[in-house]
Design a protein around this ligand. Structure first.
Ligand SMILES: Nc1ncnc2c1ncn2[C@@H]1O[C@H](COP(=O)(O)OP(=O)(O)OP(=O)(O)O)[C@@H](O)[C@H]1O
Length: 801
């Protein structure tokens, strides 16, 4: 029993999770290498303990042998066995054989016991070995099974791994996508963060604004309360105003009706006039043909008369010849008589004389015959002359008749034209009234004719004029990129419009300056489109004078007429140019030529200031008192010499600056004690041009940039006014700041948009027309007449608007 427990193979096997026995490495029996306790030298104390009932026995004591036969198996340790084998007999007396044999018997007994134990142990080991062998076989079998199982499992696992790998790849793709999405999400998150920050800022500013608005609101509520009281009072006032307004409306309606009526009358008169014109032209043609036939008759008469005179001369000559020959005949006859009497003469001589006499007689006869023929001819010619005289008389009487008819017709025509002019005047007046009520800047468009430098011959006409009655004289069509763009303005002048035609349209406006209005006329357009031609005209050519000289002539003529009604006027002129954002005084005394520029002296600053009355002052600007248009013409010539002009690719003589002419009119009527203050601003703007087109470089480029900047400031101002923005950027350029009262104030403003018909300028023309259309839609307020008292002369001398 003790042995079994000693050698029992360690029950180290346990069931693993696959159901097979798993033997731990440390506990597995070492088959074939199993060492006995003797091999290992381990003292198997337990065996002795079991045998001795828990008490340690002394090593190899004699009691071992006693118990050997009784107890069966005694276990030995290696030391026991070694001690047993090395044991020496302890004999005190080597001849004591008894003791010796006893000791030897004892030793043998123990040796036997030991041997027996070994044998038993060996048997046990063999059994154990057998057992272990079967166990090993089982384990090997199990291991093979396990191996198969493992292989199947491995295959399974491989397929699972493959599947997992493909899953992994898909997952990796997904992952990359997710990664990208994540990055995008991070980006958008960052953006959102920025937005959020901006929104927070905005919110903060809005909150501030809100606070301010709330404060304003509180103040407003208070104001409302006070205004409510005022409102009640105003309502009463409003009712009265409404009544007045309805009266005005009905007046306006009546005026509109009158306008319509006048328009109708005008069209009737125009129709009448055209028929009269037709009649007149047919009569003119008739008259022309009559005149031609009369001229023919007169010529014939004259030819006949000259023929008669020459015939008479011939006749006279023939008569003289005849007389002379008769005298000769007479003399010869008397000579013949004398010869007959003188018998001493030879007969031959006599014959000669006779033959000569005969000859002369025959000549006389032929001449008589010629005279007779000539007399007949003369009679015939005289008859013819009489006849042509009679026909000339007839033609003259007919001509006289036609002359009276023409005179009558001309009177009729004059009447009709007078009616038209009056109708036109009325129409203009009404139109003016309507415009004043509308408060718009008026826009006239002028298209210049083709010039020799233009791209003529390219058959494509880019500018055309609609012929429909409603757009007649007011519409312009521009062909651009295959599209027809239509624009309508207050007036459109075609290329054949003369300077006089244009002036007629603005003369009313010029008149307004004398009536005490601020008037501003400016010309806008691309370079070379005819701005200077429109404003100044061509120097030295009477019929090509521009608006400025014509306006001045009208102002001074009207001043003369108004003198009879008690009006006395004082006029002052100033002229300046804005060149590269710098003001230049064109009438400065030291300016004799282009180079004598005051800014070179560095003394003048020409600061622009506006006073509370909307008058503009330019410090240091030369103001000249003028009494006649001739004086002004002289000043204009002086200014023209000082103006900055240059040559560009677009124009030989291009204005490189904005030219501002100002005529200040101060009038007072002694009989009525009325005083008026008007201003006439006539402005020739520098031409708008694209840098690429102008071909500018160096200083010219700088000029072009300055021009474009100020013109774009002008459009910014116009657009801000059109949109009724709170802030109008007048101060962005000298030009807009100078024109502030004209653009946004109470003046009558007219803009000319000059357009070139050249197909290569179509882009520029479109820009100009679009700008003009915006200007046309722009409300600047209602013009006011300045009838207040004149300020001190020194003050007014500085005012330009
Ligand atoms: N209506 C017209 N009839 C005849 N000739 C004209 C007319 N308009 C312009 N011209 C001619 O066209 C040319 C250019 O005109 P102008 O100098 O007036 O242009 P501009 O717009 O003032 O140019 P810039 O802005 O460069 O000064 C000139 O030779 C001028 O005589």
């Amino acid at each position: 029993m003790a042995f079994r427990s000693q050698n029992k193979p360690p029950s180290s096997s346990s069931h693993n999770k696959y159901g097979s026995d798993k033997i731990s490495e440390g506990k597995r029996p070492r088959i074939g290498t199993t060492k006995t306790p003797l091999d290992t030298g381990i003292r198997v104390r337990k065996a002795f303990t079991d045998i001795t009932g828990g008490q340690d026995l002394p090593p190899m004591s004699g009691s071992t042998s006693d118990c050997g036969s009784e107890c069966g198996v005694i276990e030995f340790t290696k030391e026991d066995v070694e001690a047993l084998l090395n044991e020496r007999l302890k004999i005190k007396n080597k001849f004591n054989y008894k003791e010796k044999s006893e000791q030897m018997a004892d030793c043998i007994k123990r040796l036997k016991q030991c041997l027996k134990w070994f044998q038993q142990l060996e048997g046990n080991y063999v059994i154990e070995q057998e057992k272990l062998k079967t166990l090993l076989e089982e384990a090997e079998k199990r291991s093979n099974d396990m191996e198969c199982l493992m292989k199947a499992k491995e295959d399974d696992l491989n397929s699972i791994i493959m599947e997992l790998r493909s899953n992994l790849e898909a997952l990796e793709v997904n992952f990359a996508k997710e990664e990208r999405d994540k990055l995008e999400a991070l980006d958008s998150l960052a953006r959102e963060k920025d937005c959020r920050l901006a929104a927070e800022k905005l919110q903060a500013s809005i909150s501030e604004e809100l606070k301010r608005v709330q404060d304003d609101n509180a103040a407003g509520i208070q104001k409302i309360q006070t205004l409510n009281d005022m409102y009640k009072r105003l309502q009463e006032y409003n009712t009265s105003l409404q009544q007045y307004n309805s009266k005005l409306q009905s007046e306006l309606q009546a005026t509109n009706e009158t306008l319509k009526r006048v328009e109708k009358e005008k069209s009737a008169v125009v129709e009448n006039l055209s028929t009269l014109r037709g009649h007149y032209s047919s009569l003119q043609e008739h008259l022309k043909s009559s005149k031609a036939s009369q001229d023919e008759a007169t010529k014939q008469k004259e030819a006949l008369a000259s023929e008669v005179t020459s015939l008479r001369g011939d006749l006279q000559q023939v008569r003289d010849d005849r007389d002379r020959q008769l005298l000769q005949v007479q003399a010869l006859s008397s000579e013949v008589v004398k010869y007959k009497e003188c018998t001493g003469k030879s007969i031959a001589e006599l014959d000669h004389v006779t033959s000569k006499t005969n000859e002369l007689e025959s000549t006389c006869l032929s001449q008589s015959e010629q005279i007779r023929r000539l007399q007949e001819q003369l009679a015939f010619a005289e008859k013819k002359l009489k006849l042509s005289d009679m026909s000339a008389m007839e033609t003259r009487s007919e001509f006289e008749e036609q002359k009276t008819t023409i005179l009558e017709l001309q009177n009729c025509l004059a009447d009709a034209e007078l009616k038209i002019v009056e109708g036109e005047k009325l129409r203009k007046k009404l139109h003016n009234t309507i415009l004043e009520l509308k408060g718009n800047i008026r826009v006239f468009c002028r298209v210049r004719p083709f010039l020799s430098d233009d791209e003529v011959g390219t058959d494509t006409k880019v500018v055309s004029f609609p012929t429909a009655t409603e757009a007649l004289g007011q519409g312009i069509d521009l062909a651009h990129n295959g599209q027809k763009l239509s624009f309508t303005f207050d007036k459109v002048f075609m290329p054949d419009a003369s300077q006089e035609d244009v002036f007629v349209e603005i003369s009313q406006l010029v008149q307004s300056a004398l009536d005490g209005y601020k008037v501003c006329i400016f010309a806008y357009g691309q370079t070379g489109s005819g701005k200077t031609y429109t404003m100044m005209g061509k120097p030295g050519l009477f019929d090509q004078k521009g608006l400025i000289p014509r306006s001045l002539e009208q102002v001074f003529e009207t001043r003369q007429i108004l003198q009879a009604q008690g009006w006395k006027y004082e006029m002052q002129v100033s002229m300046l140019e804005i060149y590269n954002e710098t003001i230049r005084d064109l009438l400065a005394p030291n300016r004799t030529g282009v180079d004598a520029r005051p800014e070179n002296s560095g003394k003048h600053y020409y600061a622009i200031k506006h006073d509370a009355h909307g008058n503009t002052h330019v410090s240091d600007l030369t103001i000249v008192d003028v009494r006649s248009s001739k004086e002004v013409s002289y000043l204009l010539e002086r200014a023209a010499q000082s103006r900055s002009v240059g040559k560009t690719q677009m124009n030989e003589q291009s204005s490189r600056s904005h030219f501002v002419f100002t005529l200040r009119i101060m009038g007072c009527n002694e009989s009525t004690d009325q005083q008026v203050q008007g201003v006439l601003n006539l402005i020739d703007l520098a031409g708008s041009e694209r840098l690429s087109k102008s071909g500018s470089t160096g200083d010219r480029l700088k000029e072009t940039q300055a021009i474009n900047k100020s013109l774009s400031s002008l459009s910014d101002v116009i657009f801000a006014l059109a949109k009724k923005e709170e802030h109008v950027p007048y101060r962005n350029s000298k030009l807009t700041y100078l024109l502030q009262p004209c653009l946004g104030g109470d003046s009558k403003t007219l803009m000319f948009v000059n357009v070139s018909p050249d197909p290569s300028s179509v882009g520029e023309s479109l820009c100009s027309l679009r700008f003009a259309a915006r200007v046309n839609a722009c409300e600047i307020g209602v013009p006011r007449r300045q009838t207040n008292l004149l300020r001190s002369s020194s003050d007014s001398r500085l005012s330009i608007g």
